[in-house]
Design a protein around this ligand. Structure first.
Ligand code: ZN
Length: 524
């Protein structure tokens, strides 16, 4: 007798090939049968008539490690059909922590994020053990963040690492890899990750490359310097042997939109050279960052106290204003395209900097400096900076996968407050609803390949990512006619429609659209 039988559905098996009519039988955590299983008996049956049955989706860019210790059910991710999340992205991970620098690193990690029980772990392995002890709803593939590694070894020093510091960082990476990390991640626009030059990145990534590991990178520039930044990531892969994943690919800022196809061409060239270089994206036209990231890089140095001093100093404010208009991150956006997100000031939420500054009768720059001070830097922004035409081309690109760039949150409960980027709830359904059904940018089969079989191939899985007899039973039942993201920029806390069932390792986690509270996830 089967444990679970999904009958009457169309199977989109994750390989990219055309859908076919089949039932799917599950015993324990394995798919035991795919075919027309008439007369099969099962303890539980799902009628998937009018639906497609796909492998579980793989979120190639997840910050769920920043929420799983307090919300192991990861509702906003599960409801999208995500059964595996690659976590530990953008250089920042909750571990490793070392005694000498622990307080500083925890302070950095806590700013603008959910408070985690940092006293429960120190090494990367002990963090993974904590996740295992808690039990989580989805499978987790962990990376170790090089910003966390760097600050564990040398706090927030902006100096290049010396030989001894490089050796200690390499030892941290080796230890994390041996404890279960599949590779390293970088966030090269944020201090202290941005302090690492290319040579240092190559050196510190080497232990990952030697172990057949990965280099996931939030690259050094996504606007003016997109092409240089893509080249740097490829260079790190070529030098270290690490497989490269370029995170949340985008060309930010109208004047940089023409660069997107050139960045993709660099990826094509690297692949033609035989390097394993791929990318992921979320399908939205807006990105989201901490407001403090709009300051010139020099003004973000030295930690919170130093930043606050600059924000209060008239001379520094003048210099920041001048620099922000001529160089750096913020040239790419316009103030009327920047929405505020902060729990501390609900009246700011969903309004633009231009509106709020106007109402306060201040210049936008002064308003931003004052608001950062007022909210102790604890404020995020959503900024519209991408091109719809690019988004379509990027999604079609053969090296492109999907990543939410979100954490696991939930409607109701402590993580439901505040404006968040709607990608946290809607990334995968938006691809399937808007870009597959409404716009026909990619076929359903191709989209599912980018969400399942392709990441599985990249991550070198042997028994996940496809619907095949003997494979692990990570499965999603999707209604292709109704699947849709319902989270908006103004009201992000909405689960998507059209994804009634999500099964992880044979266990139903979403059943008839509701979370079962089951936590069958594993560290992969
Ligand atoms: Zn990032």
């Amino acid at each position: 007798m089967l444990d679970l039988l999904i009958r009457n559905g169309w199977v989109v098996d994750g390989s990219g090939s055309a859908r076919f009519r089949a039932d799917v039988g599950v015993e324990g955590d394995r798919i035991t049968d795919v075919g027309l299983l008439e007369g099969a008996k099962a303890r539980r049956t799902i009628d998937a008539a009018g639906h497609v049955v796909t492998p579980g989706f793989v979120d190639m860019h997840s910050h769920a490690d920043m929420t799983l210790p307090v919300l192991p059910t990861a509702d906003s991710l599960m409801c999208q059909g995500i059964t595996t999340a690659v976590v530990g992205q953008c250089g920042a991970t909750p571990a490793p922590l070392r005694d000498e620098t622990r307080a500083q690193v925890v302070a950095m990690m806590q700013s603008g994020t959910v408070p985690l029980p940092y006293d429960k772990w120190s090494t990367f392995g002990s963090f993974l053990d904590t996740l295992r002890e808690i039990g989580v709803s989805l499978n987790v593939v962990p990376l170790v963040g090089l910003a966390t590694v760097r600050s564990a070894v040398m706090a927030f020093s902006a100096q290049p690492a010396n030989a001894e510091q490089v050796a200690r960082m390499q030892a941290e990476v080796s230890e994390a890899m041996d404890a279960g990390a599949i590779g390293v991640s970088t966030g090269l626009i944020y201090p202290p990750g941005s302090y690492a030059g290319t040579e240092e990145l190559v050196a510190v990534t080497r232990p990952a490359g030697e172990r057949g590991g990965f280099y996931f990178s939030h690259i050094r520039g996504e606007g003016d310097t997109l092409l240089e930044a893509v080249s740097e990531a490829i260079h790190v892969g070529r030098e270290t042997g690490a497989a490269v994943q370029i995170s949340h690919y985008k060309a930010a800022g109208r004047e940089n939109w023409s660069k997107s196809p050139h960045g993709l061409a660099l990826i094509d060239q690297a692949r033609a050279e035989g390097l394993d270089v791929t990318a992921d994206m979320y399908p939205y036209l807006a990105g989201g960052v901490a407001l403090v990231a709009v300051l010139p890089e020099w003004a973000q140095e030295g930690g919170k106290v130093a930043i606050r001093e600059r924000l209060a100093d008239p001379t520094a404010r003048q210099k920041m204003t001048a620099d922000m208009q001529t160089s750096g991150f913020f040239r790419i956006a316009e103030w009327d395209k920047v929405l505020l997100a902060t729990e501390k000031k609900p009246e700011y939420e969903g309004r633009t900097v231009a509106e709020l500054a106007d109402a306060a009768k201040k210049s936008c720059f002064d308003w931003v400096f004052d608001t950062l001070l007022e909210l102790d830097l604890d404020v995020a922004i959503v900024l519209f900076m991408m091109s719809e035409d690019n988004r379509r081309q990027e999604l079609r690109h053969p090296a492109m996968m999907i990543g939410t760039d979100g954490a696991g949150i939930a409607i109701g409960g402590p993580l439901a407050k505040g404006l968040t980027h709607p990608r946290t709830y809607g990334t995968f359904p938006m691809v399937l609803g808007r870009y597959v059904r409404e716009l026909g940018v990619v076929s359903l089969e191709e989209a599912v390949w980018k969400m399942t079989g392709f990441p599985a191939q990249k991550l070198r899985w042997r028994d996940r990512g496809l619907i095949r007899k003997g494979y692990r039973a990570d499965l999603v039942v999707v209604n292709p006619n109704t699947v849709a993201d319902l989270a908006t920029y103004q009201a992000p806390h909405h689960y998507p429609a059209g994804i009634p069932h999500v099964i992880v390792n044979g266990v139903p986690v979403i059943r008839d659209g509701s979370h079962t509270q089951a936590r069958p996830g594993r560290i992969l």
